[in-house]
Ligand binder design. Structure first.
Ligand code: C5P
Length: 323
């Protein structure tokens, strides 16, 4: 067993998000190009003595994140313990309790997958802390049982994600310099469930162009794509999210927010997942940092006030794997 283990838990961006249809289990089948970002939380686990419960302490930006038993880090530890109970080196004893520390840098319920990433990191770190292993397919199904985005984070790297999120096909890294991204997140939490419910109730645009654009982007990345070539597609990609109309039902002013941001920067603005995070592809990390400074300076006058206080603004980059 290892005393203390840490994992970085990156945010994700949906460069495309096509919703293909509702399934009999109530989830929706997707076709989404997802990429991990340099912006990340940190999950640290340590083996605890005694009996009782796993514990979690949260630090960082997540002022609004209350620690409840349904926190995805605690759920991931519990699900992983169940999966390895009879096979870990200390069996037939149950794997020991863990104390978890989570440093949040990713805004919560923002369309950036922070909670799911924390869960994937906790799953991997718990195995390490207990000296346990799981066959890859079992680890994947434990991940899928925690949440739709968790298998993507467990796999790591850019991927085409299909099914409800359980099918993760790795995509090659971007060539050359990593693409830079500006994130702007209004300070309000948007539950994914509410956005999919609005979609299921009919808030969708006709056409199916998100799927076509998603397939085209997948093919482009498979053929080897640079950050520059990705940025050239930005005007199309910002339309390639089938959850845009549904997110507007949940937060009507989000469209106005994205439009104002696009006007301020003179660049296309997309939405990650079910929102509310807006993303902007930038030619370089320094350009993203400049744009971030401009947004921080001008948010109060140039952007509609959404939620409590100024938006979260971050310049980051896509981490798509080894170059
Ligand atoms: O799996 P996760 O807990 O992240 O999903 C939250 C909710 O979003 C689900 O309960 C479901 O209502 C909706 N969802 C969906 N189809 C997906 C992913 C999520 O309908 N592929």
């Amino acid at each position: 067993m290892n005393g203390q283990v840490s994992r970085e838990a990156p945010a994700k961006l949906n460069l495309t998000l096509a919703v293909l249809g509702r399934r009999t289990d109530g989830f929706h089948d997707l076709h989404s190009v997802m990429v991990p970002l340099a912006l990340a939380d940190t999950v640290t686990l340590a083996v605890a003595a005694g009996i009782g419960k796993d514990t979690l302490r949260v630090m960082g930006v997540a002022g609004a994140l209350r620690v409840t038993p349904d926190n995805l880090v605690l759920q991931a530890i519990a699900a992983t313990r169940r999966a390895v109970r009879t096979t870990w080196p200390g069996a037939p004893e149950s794997p020991p309790l863990l104390t978890a520390r989570l440093t949040k840098r990713i805004p919560v319920a923002a369309g950036l997958g922070g909670g799911s990433s924390d869960a994937a990191a906790a799953l991997d770190a718990a195995l390490d802390a207990w000296g346990a292993t799981l066959p890859r397919d079992v680890a994947r199904s434990v991940a899928a049982s925690i949440g739709s985005d968790v298998p993507f984070f467990l796999a790591g790297g850019a991927a085409l994600v299909t099914g409800r999120g359980e099918h993760v096909e790795p995509l090659p890294p971007f060539r050359g310099v990593a693409p830079a991204v500006l994130l702007v997140t209004p300070q309000l939490q948007v539950p994914t469930r509410a956005v999919f419910a609005a979609y299921a109730a009919g808030a969708r645009s006709p056409g199916g162009s998100a799927r076509v654009l998603s397939e085209r982007l997948t093919a482009g990345i498979r053929n080897g794509m640079t950050a520059e070539a990705l940025a050239e597609r930005a005007a199309d990609l910002v339309t390639a999210n089938d959850l845009l109309p549904a997110a507007l039902v949940v937060v009507p002013r989000l469209g106005e927010f994205r439009q104002a941001l696009s006007g301020l920067l003179g660049l296309p603005v997309g939405q990650s997942g079910s929102g509310p995070t807006a993303w902007v592809l930038c030619p370089s990390l320094s350009a993203a940092r400049k744009a971030a400074a401009l947004v921080r300076q001008s948010a109060a006058s140039a952007l509609p006030q959404l939620g409590d206080g100024p938006p979260f603004v971050a310049a980051t980059s896509i981490v798509s794997g080894a170059q």
